[in-house]
Design a protein around this ligand. Structure first.
Ligand code: MTE
Length: 421
């Protein structure tokens, strides 16, 4: 089923207008963020009080269950980034052993036997409805190969390439993995729960701990609304990853999989889904996951939806390669807007470009492996560049317009290597 998603700006504008009219709720949203949202409208004094919840401590440390060998992962606080070079030993899909983990707190241990999904809210025609895992498995299943990619993937390059620091985890390019997901359609579950024609937003919430920011604000449990148009389009309630039950770190027993959208839309360990007849806000669509900065309005951009376009080499950073030998440079390219149509590679810092060979049939929301031969004839430092284009007509730019939280980096990355005699 294909529906035209509501344009991002009209989605956001409508929610803001409705919120101002007292029709939308913002449980747990930081009041400061709502004030900022309202600043442009000159209505900050209209913000109701009592929007913040009492603080609860979130556990510190990686808190990830699976092994994280250093040759495959870089640890960033509670998160594990995949080393892109480690993907060279994997196929088109990313095994769990190599798949990045982005946890706001720690991986919870959920018992699938007692696990229930509660679907509730005034966007339903009747009362709340609960589903067991067996209930979901009885529904028609859909299998789909798709990447999950963090909105902040590539953030580190705002600092290192553009000299424009950005707050948040300093991911290089490994906050992405592609898996074969299997699950029930969220659309089927919503219809069974009695979706009302008045429903506008759908907000899945995780069972992991409440998230406490570094400044001590309790954002509550991880949750982010999506418009009903996306929920009914292609979103899955996934219970399998690469043909096996979801592993604990990736959302066992059930996670949301929102293809092509930024990773935060794919809520892990989903416990309940609010279906609302009024627009919803959470910190994950007010303070976080919008674009703020010089190029954006004071209240930020509309909430981010789709990921962008990127490519990467499966090579360690600053690796030394012998001169006068033929190397096979490999990498991956991906886009949330269309199929990858072309990857070009430059081995002279961007002076000249050659086309790489594409190795996978390409689809929106997955990646395509590519390769190009290279026989370096000059020793010393070199910069390798890859530049992908997709069927929507976009090509990776030289720079990305900066935003303070470093989201959606899509510029060509300059990969440093050394050529030795
Ligand atoms: N869901 C819950 N409940 N808690 C989380 O911390 N992190 C989100 C999303 N879903 C998160 C979550 C983010 S920001 C990303 S990028 C993806 O999960 C990462 O999925 P992965 O850990 O399976 O790679």
């Amino acid at each position: 089923m294909t529906k035209t998603p509501e344009s991002e700006s009209s989605y956001d504008r409508r929610r803001l207008d409705q919120w101002l009219a007292g029709e939308a709720r913002a449980d747990g949203a930081d009041r400061r963020d709502l004030l900022r949202l309202l600043a442009a409208a000159g209505l900050a004094s209209a913000v109701p009080l009592g929007l913040s919840a009492p603080a609860v401590s979130a556990a510190a440390g990686p808190g990830i269950v699976k092994p994280l060998p250093p040759e495959r992962f870089i640890i960033h606080g509670t998160n594990a980034e995949t080393r892109f070079e480690a993907l060279a030993e994997t196929g088109h899909t990313t095994p769990v052993s190599h798949f990045f983990v982005r946890n706001h707190t720690t991986t919870p241990r959920v018992d699938a036997k007692t696990w229930r999904l509660t679907v509730w809210g005034d966007g339903l025609t009747g009362k709340a409805r609960t589903f067991s895992l067996a209930d979901l498995k009885r529904l028609p299943s859909v299998t789909r190969t798709a990447f999950v990619e963090c909105a902040g993937n590539g953030r580190n390059f705002y600092t290192t390439q553009q000299h424009q620091p950005a707050s948040g985890t300093a991911w290089t390019l490994g906050a992405i993995g592609t898996a074969r997901w299997r699950g029930a359609r969220l659309a089927d579950v919503l219809r069974l729960a009695g979706l009302s024609h008045r429903a506008v937003d759908v907000m899945p919430r995780g069972l992991d701990d409440e998230y406490l920011t570094s400044t001590g604000t309790n954002y509550g449990r991880v949750r982010r609304p999506m418009p009903v148009s996306k929920a009914l389009d292609d979103v899955l309630l996934a219970y399998e990853m690469n043909g096996a039950p979801l592993p604990p770190d990736h959302g066992y027993p059930v996670r949301v999989l929102a293809p092509s959208w930024i990773g935060i839309s794919s809520i892990k360990w989903v416990g309940d889904i609010e279906v609302s007849a009024t627009p919803l806000y959470s910190p994950w669509n007010t303070d976080l996951y919008r674009l703020f900065g010089e190029a954006y309005p004071a209240e930020g951009s509309a909430p981010l939806t789709r990921q962008t376009l990127k490519s990467a080499f499966e090579l360690p950073w600053n690796v030394t390669l012998p001169a006068h030998r033929r190397h096979r440079l490999t990498g991956r390219a991906w886009s949330a807007a269309g199929a990858i149509t072309r990857v070009e590679v430059s081995t002279d810092g961007g002076g000249t470009w050659r086309r790489a060979r594409l190795h996978d049939p390409s689809y929106r929301g997955t990646w395509t492996r590519w390769s190009v031969p290279w026989t370096p004839d000059r020793t010393g430092p070199a910069e390798l560049l890859s530049r992908a284009s997709d069927s929507s007509g976009r090509t990776q730019p030289e720079t990305t317009v900066h935003n303070t939280q470093g989201y959606l980096f899509d510029a060509v990355v300059r990969h440093a290597v050394t050529v030795a005699a």
